[in-house]
Design a protein around this ligand. Structure first.
Ligand SMILES: Cc1cc2nc3c(=O)[nH]c(=O)nc-3n(C[C@H](O)[C@H](O)[C@H](O)COP(=O)(O)OP(=O)(O)OC[C@H]3O[C@@H](n4cnc5c(N)ncnc54)[C@H](O)[C@@H]3O)c2cc1C
Length: 388
């Protein structure tokens, strides 16, 4: 049987200066942002903030300079992400382009697509959404039914994408469409396209409210939407392999264990506020210590995956382990907070702690769905270990 491998990996000492710069920037930028807003972290979108990050050179950090990138190390990027998420910065506008769609275009896009789009992503001016899931196709992406039918000069798209995060603000979608149907092989005949969300006729974006009443994701309906030939990404019919590679970009970064971090900070503040022996009452110190130990372990595992990526290795198995364990940790946080402090979550009123608890109680259930469900990840892990 194969085993996991999480080699110890330390951030290089020279990243400290960068961390200090990011902290100083965030202390100023987020000084007046309420904790419950910061709790949205990478779901929160603020184009002005994204442009400021672009100006600092903190988007597209590892990309080649010829595409607007900064040719910095994966560890520099890790430090910036870690600081942004720990502080609860609204990085959502540029998030998908920086993490997923930009790298996808560098790997599979045409030179013209790269030249036209990537420098704008790097400046924090161009945003992406991912059109994979559909009403009857989530985990089973090969069941994609949205059709892209060949017509003169391009493709005519019909169908519905669901849960599309940020479709209402995105300039482009990377859509996975069916260009060919082979009932014997449903993985064949899938193709990725760049869709211009601002100028394409025949696209309707309908917001879907989540439990917390926020509209981060959408239903996107295509009715005879025309996508030109030169907007195809990669090869016709090559979509399945491309999507699998794309998903590997998003499984093990600091976003996979820091999404509930603001709650941990507010828990500690609340305990401090109560003063006296509060930290020890109800096992406070022990519980916080246990959470910190889990957090530090997850961080070390995530850093180890970053180290493997930096060396050009393929840590798909280890990345799935980080995402699964990270989601358990993040989802456990509101439960632990409630048990420890004995206060009820609130929505729209109450202390910072109560509101953050309210927001995360409503949203953490989704953390083990986005980016691949728990069961699907465990299937990947079992396969990686040679158990199925
Ligand atoms: C906050 C959030 C943001 C999202 N953003 C996007 C986005 O931007 N773009 C996008 O395309 N999608 C997005 N999604 C959709 C997400 O990728 C899907 O919800 C997810 O892949 C699961 O698909 P589904 O909802 O159709 O559930 P299903 O696939 O129908 O699964 C239902 C249940 O069955 C289980 N299951 C399914 N297949 C198996 C199997 N083979 N073995 C064992 N168990 C199985 C699942 O684990 C799950 O518990 C987002 C979802 C959330 C919650």
């Amino acid at each position: 049987m194969q085993a996991f491998r999480f080699d110890l990996c330390e951030l290089p000492g020279e990243t400290k200066g960068l961390r200090d710069d990011v902290r100083a920037f965030l202390a100023k930028e987020l000084a007046n942002v309420p904790a419950v807003t910061r709790a949205q972290t990478w779901s929160g979108s603020d184009p002005e903030f994204s442009r400021k990050m672009g100006a600092k050179g903190w988007i597209a950090m590892t990309w080649p300079k010829k595409y607007g990138g900064h040719e910095r190390s994966a560890f520099d990027r890790y430090v910036v992400l870690e600081e942004m998420l720990a502080a609860g910065a609204p990085v959502g506008a540029h998030w998908i382009g920086d993490r997923q769609s930009g790298p996808l275009l560098m790997r599979f896009g045409t030179e013209e697509q790269r030249q036209k789009i990537l420098p704008r992503v790097a400046k924090g001016e161009c945003y992406f959404c991912i059109g994979m899931s559909e009403p009857d196709s989530g985990s089973d992406l090969a069941a994609t039914r949205t059709r892209a039918e060949k017509v003169e000069g391009g493709y005519k798209v019909n169908g519905t994408k669901l849960w599309t995060s940020g479709a209402h603000t995105a300039h482009y979608m990377i859509g996975l469409f069916r260009t060919h149907l082979d009932p014997q092989n449903k993985h064949a005949g899938l193709t990725q396209f760049l869709v211009d969300m601002k100028t394409t006729d025949g696209i309707t974006v309908r917001p879907i409210k989540d439990l917390a009443g926020k509209s981060h994701f959408n239903e996107v309906v295509f009715q005879d939407a025309f996508v030109p030939d030169d907007m195809m990404v990669g090869t016709e019919g090559g979509g399945w392999n491309q999507v699998t590679a794309e998903l590997a970009f998003e499984r093990s970064g600091p976003e996979r264990y820091l999404s509930s971090f603001i709650l941990m900070v507010e828990m500690i503040r609340e305990l401090e506020k109560r003063g006296g022996g509060s930290f020890d009452e109800r096992g406070g110190a022990r519980e916080i210590g246990r959470l910190v130990a889990h957090l530090v372990t997850l961080r070390q595992m995530s850093l180890s995956v970053a180290g493997m990526l930096d060396k050009g290795e393929n840590p798909a198995l280890e990345a799935s382990v980080v995402k699964d364990l990270g989601a358990i940790f993040e989802q456990d946080m509101p439960v632990r907070a409630h048990e420890l402090l004995g206060m009820e979550p609130t929505v729209g009123a109450g202390s910072d702690y109560e509101q953050v608890l309210g927001y995360l109680t409503q949203t953490t259930p989704s953390f083990s769905l986005r980016g691949g469900t728990r069961e699907i990840l465990r299937g990947i892990i079992a396969r990686g270990l040679g158990l199925r």
